[in-house]
Design a binder for this molecule. Structure first.
Ligand code: AMP
Ligand code: ZN
Length: 467
């Protein structure tokens, strides 16, 4: 497979790992709120990459972390009056439910930062011993950027652009720390405890505190996948400073190259703008389901654009996705006696060679789908003999497996009228505010109209009632 390596900015052939496993580390969610559809664009394209590598025999092995200690998780757990563990477990569970609904494969390892404090402390100790990090007056430990010549290679940041990094992950600038550092661009590996951290501190050789913003990925990647990864990936916003800092920490501590390949997913915009709550254009999976589209529609809409291009998402993308899935389903049903999607070992591609080649060429999902629809438009299933149908079915099924699309009937979407969506939303709001009488009344009204509501812990779906 060829992929654009953002380290060096070249399309390169991915060399198989002689050890037999192709190791990949994906930066995972900070579990303090719902993941939004931009986050899922990145996770889904990483999922497609993993599936393609699996089909192409690379034997991928994936670690994706859960960030459960940082400024945001601590801040919001305290605000909600629950322990950090209780708070982050709740949001981790919701993240897992969303991943499952989106048909994402589970990573082989899903380490949590709070369960790997010792590993992070060990790595910081090594960095201090080797002279790459120092203890500041406030008992925080900082990485000395000037000690690492390779700093900035991934993102091409110039020295003069290296502004202060002491903006915490909740976006707050921490001026006090600036005076403790040798250089404004040095970043924290260990943060000494502050009153606003409450009970959330750990004991270290440098006193009470907690890990900095970046060290968890370096420490957990080392533990689960070794000193050198085959591939590391995240959204493009993570290139600097997060990934640059990960490289600095890992290469200085381990004395080895951190990752052979880097893959960055371009951002998702909604209605032409960056997603934000205040603009009202921030969508979660739950929001999309409430609008009457399936998780699979969202999956399709998010993976069908090339990962290196920004994607401008509008609700029209979901309408197009729904039509496309229906077309794929109809065709699959004509060539296949069974409904479940599997991957097959295909020795020689005959019908969908171009579609699979497109995936192997820098994961060109739009070109892959273009080739699939070309075949659908040009092929009459009735004219194929049984043997051809069988071969085509295996190829088609394997491409759908790579894309993570399921083509069973249950996935078929139903148009939900606007007034039903409004009623359902009112019922959900009533239930959320514990107005159960009103919620029951609205459920009955929906039922009289022929619609059934199914609730999960975080959202609901609207289904046509059984006749
Ligand atoms: P976070 O939880 O903010 O660390 O983000 C989780 C993942 O989603 C990271 O890989 C981010 O780079 C990625 N991400 C965040 N916002 C977007 C977006 N609008 N489009 C695509 N990926 C995003
Ligand atoms: Zn990371």
């Amino acid at each position: 497979m060829k992929l654009f390596n953002s380290l060096g900015n070249n399309k390169e052939e991915l060399q198989r790992n002689p050890n037999g496993k192709f190791t990949m580390y994906f930066c995972g969610p900070t579990v303090y709120n719902y993941a939004h559809i931009g986050n899922f664009r990145t996770y889904l394209l990483q999922d497609v990459l993993t599936r393609i590598l699996e089909v192409d025999g690379y034997n991928p092995c994936v670690a994706r972390n859960i960030t459960d200690v940082d400024d945001k998780t601590i801040r919001d757990s305290i605000k909600n009056n629950v322990t950090l563990k209780t708070f982050t477990e709740k949001w981790t569970k919701i993240f897992h439910e969303d991943c499952e609904a989106l048909n994402m494969k589970l990573p082989d390892f899903e380490p949590k930062a709070a369960e790997h404090i010792n590993e992070q402390i060990d790595m910081i100790k090594i960095l201090i011993d080797k002279g790459f990090a120092y203890l500041a007056q406030d008992n925080s430990v900082y990485f000395r950027i000037a000690s690492f010549g390779g700093y900035g290679r991934l993102s091409n940041v110039e020295n003069r652009e290296l502004k202060t990094q002491e903006i915490d992950s909740a976006g707050k600038k921490n001026l006090a720390d600036e005076y403790d550092r040798e250089n404004v661009s040095d970043f924290a590996l260990w943060k000494s405890t502050k009153p606003e951290d409450g009970e959330n501190f750990w004991i270290s050789p440098w006193g009470k505190g907690r890990p900095g913003w970046h060290i968890e990925c370096s420490a957990m990647a080392k533990k689960y996948l070794g000193d050198t990864l085959d591939l590391h990936s995240g959204g493009v916003d993570l290139k600097f400073p997060h990934h640059e800092n990960e490289i600095a920490q890992s290469e200085c501590a381990n004395g080895k190259k951190f990752s052979r390949y880097w893959m960055h997913v371009a951002h998702l915009l909604v209605d032409g703008a960056k997603m934000s709550k205040s603009l009202g254009n921030l969508y979660t999976l739950g929001d999309i389901l409430k609008k009457g589209y399936s998780a699979q529609c969202l999956r399709y809409a998010l993976i069908s654009a090339h990962y290196s291009q920004q994607l401008n998402f509008t609700l029209n993308n979901l309408v197009a996705a729904r039509n496309a899935i229906e077309k794929l389903q109809n065709f699959f049903h004509k060539i296949s006696p069974v409904r479940n999607i599997q991957k097959f070992e295909i020795s020689e591609w005959k019908f969908l060679k171009d579609a699979f080649s497109a995936l192997l060429d820098d994961m060109n999902t739009p070109a892959c789908l273009g080739n699939v629809f070309k075949l659908i438009n040009e092929t009459s299933a009735e004219s194929l003999d049984e043997n051809q149908k069988h071969e085509l079915c295996e190829e088609f099924s394997t491409i759908m497996y790579c894309l993570g699309l399921r083509l069973d009937d249950e996935e078929q979407d139903v148009e939900i009228p606007e007034e039903i969506k409004t009623l359902a939303e009112s019922r959900w709001q009533a239930k959320q505010s514990k107005n159960f009488v009103e919620a029951d009344r609205l459920r009955k009204e929906l039922s009289n109209h022929g619609w059934t509501i199914k609730d999960s812990s975080t959202t609901y779906t609207i289904e046509k009632s059984e006749p």
